[in-house]
Design a protein around this ligand. Structure first.
Ligand code: UDP
Ligand code: MG
Length: 333
């Protein structure tokens, strides 16, 4: 059996398991889309087949995240032909996390599955997700065992990110787990109570807890079209993740400052004693410069870290909505 449970999460509750059955349950797929015209037909083809195989009632919520190609027009076309397809058009590009939030907010299913539009999250895996949900797990997440479809740099930086994140935050997010997962309705309701604007979804998914289990899968390359995430965007994403789940970068400076003060105190005492014993010596320009430059750099770094947090505080305090909807199609209301 491919499922590998994570010791950090509780085992499923047998009483809950007894109430779980895909017959009569509804599945919501949530697909954020940014310039995905090229892959749309393949996506709906695979998704349609998966839903039929599962034999569940389903809705497919597609969020157009301010695409500049004709993704929205094509989506509206699909929604007219297929009543299971629902479309949310955002007023501009709000980013994948916000788009996903919009979709999760609108989802009405007993099971909610965020899924990438580019078929890097194989829809066939949902069968296994549903099976484990029926066994009582509240969250079933995909774990990428083979990331050879990603470049070396991306794998390396992703790995480094998970290591740092799990070390500096109280939370542990499973390595190589993406957004692709199945969540029970009660997990979704818990997610919806989290008010933050800065939505690092992988962290929020882990934060709410519940019984979770991972299912390994091989992540294929993008079916068509291009990635929306360059390295700069990924770096910003990593900073968002760490700052929203850890204050270690802020607090580390007090430890550093204290150590520097202790060192400086002993150095001062040493210098005074030396002057008294061997007399005054020619001051060292180089060593002074090193201390000044180093001290200056460290202070700037500390300011920078402060800035990262203050900036995000500012964003949160303004309390602007996470996304703005400009168009809805396929919903009953
Ligand atoms: N996406 C989005 N808004 C964005 C960027 C991406 O909704 O600003 C969607 C995109 O359409 C896709 C998913 O997020 O369905 C993952 O993006 P992508 O495949 O470009 O990222 P990668 O797989 O390369 O990390
Ligand atoms: Mg992708």
């Amino acid at each position: 059996m491919p499922a590998s449970s994570d010791a950090a999460y509780p085992a499923p509750d047998p009483i809950v398991a007894a109430t779980r059955n895909r017959r009569g349950a509804k599945l919501s797929l949530v697909a954020p889309m940014h310039n995905e015209t090229e892959v749309l037909d393949a996506f709906f083809g695979r998704i349609g087949r998966t839903i039929e195989d599962l034999g569940v009632e389903a809705e497919v919520i597609c969020i157009d995240d301010g695409s500049r190609d004709d993704t929205l027009a094509r989506l509206l076309d699909w929604a007219r032909r297929d009543p299971r397809i629902k479309v949310i058009g955002l007023a501009r590009n709000f980013g994948k996390e916000a788009a996903m939030t919009a979709g999760i907010d609108a989802a009405t299913g007993d099971m909610v599955v965020p899924i990438d539009a580019d078929l890097q999250d194989p829809p066939e895996l949902i069968e296994e997700f549903v099976r484990l949900w029926e066994r009582g797990f509240d969250v079933v997440y995909g774990v990428r065992v083979d990331r050879s479809s990603d470049s070396f740099v991306k794998r390396f930086t992703a790995n480094a990110f998970y290591k740092v994140f799990n070390r500096v935050s109280d939370l542990s997010i499973p390595m190589s787990a993406g957004d692709f997962r199945l969540m029970d309705r009660r997990v979704v309701e818990a997610l919806k109570t989290l008010p933050e604007r800065n939505r690092f979804m992988k962290g929020l998914f882990a934060w709410v807890g519940f019984s979770q289990v991972g299912v390994p899968y091989v992540r294929p390359p993008r079916a068509a079209g291009n990635t929306s995430f360059g390295y700069l965007k990924l770096l910003r994403f990593a900073l968002d993740g760490i700052t929203s789940f850890s204050t270690v970068p802020l607090r580390v400076w007090s430890v550093l400052g204290l150590s520097a003060a202790v060192l400086a105190f002993f150095a001062a005492v040493g210098l005074v004693i030396r002057v008294m014993v061997v007399g005054r010596e020619v001051p060292g320009y180089a060593s002074l410069m090193v201390v000044i430059l180093l001290g200056f750099a460290v202070q700037m770094l500390a300011f920078g870290v402060l800035g990262e947090y203050v900036g995000r505080l500012y964003q949160e305090v303004k309390g602007r909505p996470i996304y703005i909807v400009s168009r809805r199609a396929g919903f009953e209301d």
